[in-house]
Write a protein that binds this ligand. Structure first.
Ligand SMILES: Nc1ncnc2c1ncn2[C@@H]1O[C@H](COP(=O)(O)OP(=O)(O)O)[C@@H](O)[C@H]1O
Ligand SMILES: [Mg+2]
Length: 367
């Protein structure tokens, strides 16, 4: 899952631990390596240690154990302003008493860049985020979205090789957030910037990133490209945190030919792909995506195990149908079907049989 010891890594965390109080570890033995130019997102619930990792990388917090390397060199003892890292936070943090142009010029002055060079760089950075006409205004005279664009320009103006962003779009409304998501990834890839992005929003993580590190409890639970994370979650936490997911509890009856036969707690038998179960008797949470459930018997293999289900609710959503079922002791089992001309609309009260391809159903840990 986590990788170590990669000499080509541009950013590397090696066995990093962090404790604020000398007792509890909020980051636990973290290993992570990123190649140059990658857009990596740290995704996880509040308190899982994402910001702490970003702060250690930026140099505002020190690691309790382990090493953080930039381009192969340990940066544990290098102060923040010498790390050449650009940063963007949720609350823009522009200097209110300075104009937009002065805000952008500031990181260049700190780096002792001459006046004419500064002016050219500021102009270019503002144009990049389509704020070229706003250099003379003060932050209070801009909308939230405009301020966030300026914050982005300020992080990029000194042409850092690495940019860190901590929930930079959290304060924006949905439409603007989606536009900015696109702009940020586009800009990062175009400029070849290596980016570490932090969010608790899984859609944002999936749509923006080359790879996503899913955090929980100070650990990376899985580090993978978005499609792999969604389609092949390695444990129950990831399966439930990413996307919509149905879970059923049961016990492994047998594992044969790469297939687990699972006895659900209400007696039903189903097939699943054994992911982190090992032997008969293991408790498991099986996990199946709503769009992978099949209720048309003809589309399943003849020897597939199926479950009896009762339709509880049918919701028409335009592009898809969302149907809630009572299955194996839960009435929160969701199936999603595409609104195609030949698609059947299930009726509440209907008794059906559901099944799936064993590959689409994962037998995970019973946490
Ligand atoms: N400066 C701090 N002092 C003490 N504890 C902190 C500090 N910053 C964060 N924590 C604690 O560390 C844990 C991880 O926090 P954080 O890295 O901010 O998580 P996230 O960004 O994933 O929400 C939390 O339990 C939080 O309360
Ligand atoms: Mg945070």
């Amino acid at each position: 899952m986590a990788d170590t010891g990669n000499n080509d890594a541009f950013v590397a965390f090696e066995r990093v631990q962090k404790s604020y109080d000398g007792e509890t570890l909020v980051v636990k033995d973290l290993n992570l390596s990123m190649p140059k130019g990658e857009f990596l997102t740290m995704l996880g619930p509040s308190g899982s240690g994402k910001t702490t990792c970003l702060m250690m990388l930026a140099g505002f917090e020190t690691a309790t154990h382990g090493e953080i390397k930039l381009d192969g060199v340990s940066i544990n003892n290098i102060p923040p302003h010498k790390r050449g890292i650009g940063m963007v936070f949720q609350n823009y943090a522009l200097f209110p008493h300075m104009t937009i142009a002065e805000n952008l010029s500031f990181p260049l002055e700190v780096r002792k860049i001459g006046k004419s060079d500064r002016e050219a760089k500021v102009k270019r950075a503002l144009e990049m985020v389509e704020m070229g006409d706003f250099g003379g205004r003060r932050p209070a005279q801009l909308s939230g979205g405009q301020q966030q664009r300026v914050a982005l320009a300020r992080a990029l103006v000194f042409e850092p090789e690495l940019v860190l962003m901590d929930e930079p779009l959290g304060a924006l409304d949905k439409q603007l957030r989606e536009k900015m998501q696109f702009e940020i990834t586009h800009l990062a890839h175009e400029l070849g910037i290596t980016t570490v992005y932090v969010t608790h929003d899984q859609t944002e993580a999936l749509t923006m990133s080359d790879r996503v590190a899913v955090f929980n409890d100070g650990k990376i639970q899985q580090l993978a490209p978005p499609d792999e994370l969604y389609e092949s979650p390695q444990n129950s936490f990831v399966a439930q945190f990413i996307g919509e997911n149905n879970t059923l509890e049961g016990t492994v009856k047998e594992i044969k030919n790469g297939l687990a036969l699972v006895q659900l707690d209400d007696g039903g038998l189903i097939d699943a792909k054994p992911v982190n179960v090992e032997k008969p008797g293991d408790r498991t949470l099986i996990s199946i995506r709503p769009e992978r459930v099949e209720f048309n018997r003809e589309r399943l293999s003849p020897d597939a195990h199926t479950l009896k289900a009762e339709v509880v609710e049918f919701i028409y959503m335009g592009d898809i149908f969302r149907t809630r079922l009572r299955v194996a002791g839960t009435d929160e089992f969701i199936i999603k079907t595409r609104n195609a001309p030949d698609q059947r609309r299930l009726q509440p009260g209907e008794q059906i049989e559901i099944g799936w391809l064993p590959d689409d159903c994962r037998a995970l840990d019973a946490t």
